[in-house]
Design a protein around this ligand. Structure first.
Ligand code: ZN
Ligand code: ZN
Length: 340
């Protein structure tokens, strides 16, 4: 360790001591994620801070109409809280689901859980070793998790083809290995650098609420800025700063608004960004017609599953189900609300 080396300069020793006390800063990935989070919080504070410092009317407005400003600060705080809650939430890792299934199975069979499965970390990768499962003739016998995963695929699928080459877990449909998180994620959507985590099955709803709150906050802040601009004449430098902030605000608003519309569409049709963007590269999506959403169970059910935390594993639809879903809409289907 650098701290013990006598040739280190005093500031290097001080830096090493600092990093030991704050282990989250010693890892470059976690450090950049923390810096991005700080930058995002700072950006929020700059927008509201500018109005506080430069707009004399703003303080007056706060005194005159406390409920209006209290509502704004409530939304401001809720957005930041939602951001940190989403950032700290699990997207739903395959290894956790696998551990749960194996432990439940062990309890059911009355087998000590520690003899069923161990998860260990080797050079940053999660390596799963399964004990207590007899091997026969060099072929691995499927674990309870392996059997569960196989049932989600068409008959004849080999477990070998479903095993992740990095963390060695069997992937259910819609799961994908994330190289940033170094784990397989259930219903993988994307890895969000701003959040420093993946968006997957278990935090998609939290992510949607975050972008919804961020959109509302951007619109409200934009209204306050337009209001400030239409006030009395200001010095040129204030006009320059406010124009720059307005440009950043409008770009951010367009971005989060489009993101909100896009993720609302994904939730309503039970799709993920990865499935939509890489449709032709995902083996189970390749032969499915463009307008068919293979995992959709209707708008109401899709919404219920995401909002109420119904985290079931999706099985691949049969040929009959796909044919039924690709059937064109008739007037009767419209009346019966087939899409719902
Ligand atoms: Zn993996
Ligand atoms: Zn990730």
């Amino acid at each position: 360790m650098g701290v013990c080396c006598p040739f280190l300069r005093p500031w290097d020793r001080a830096r090493d001591r600092f990093l030991i006390n704050l282990p989250c800063l010693s890892d470059p990935v976690r450090r950049s994620s923390l810096l991005l989070k700080l930058a995002l919080v700072a950006l929020h504070l700059v927008f509201i801070g500018f109005l506080f410092v430069c707009d004399a009317e703003f303080i007056e407005k706060t005194k005159r109409d406390p409920w209006y400003m209290a509502s704004y600060f409530l939304l401001f705080s809720a957005t930041l809280v939602q951001y940190f809650v989403t950032s700290g939430s699990s997207p739903g890792y395959v290894i956790d689901a696998m551990r749960d299934v194996c432990e439940t199975d062990a309890l059911f069979r009355n087998v000590p859980t520690n003899s069923i499965q161990h998860a260990s970390r080797q050079s940053g990768s999660v390596v799963v070793t399964v004990e207590g499962e007899p091997a026969s003739g060099g072929r691995r016998t499927p674990t309870s998790w392996g059997k569960l995963v196989l049932d989600l695929y068409p008959p004849g699928t080999s477990l070998r083809n479903l095993t992740c080459g990095y963390c060695h877990v069997e992937q259910p449909p819609r799961a994908k290995h994330c190289h940033d998180c170094d784990r397989c994620v259930l219903q993988f959507d994307h890895h969000c650098v701003w959040l420093g985590t993946c968006v997957g099955q278990k935090n998609h709803c939290k992510f949607w609420w975050y972008i919804c709150e961020e959109t509302a906050l951007c619109i409200w802040t934009l209204i306050m800025y337009i209001d400030y601009m239409s006030n009395v004449a200001k010095p040129w430098w204030k006009n320059a700063v406010i124009t720059l902030l307005l440009v950043i605000l409008v770009i951010s608003l367009i971005f989060v608004l489009l993101l909100l519309i896009f993720h609302s569409y994904l939730i309503l049709t039970n799709q993920s960004t990865y499935e939509l963007v890489r449709r032709r590269r995902i083996p189970y999506m390749r032969n499915i017609p463009e307008r068919v959403h293979p995992f959709s169970r209707g708008i109401k059910r899709n919404l219920y599953n995401v909002c109420c935390g119904n985290y079931n594993l999706d099985s691949l639809p049969t040929a009959f189900e796909l044919e039924d879903r690709s059937r064109p809409y008739t007037c009767l289907d419209m009346l019966k609300c087939r899409c719902c």
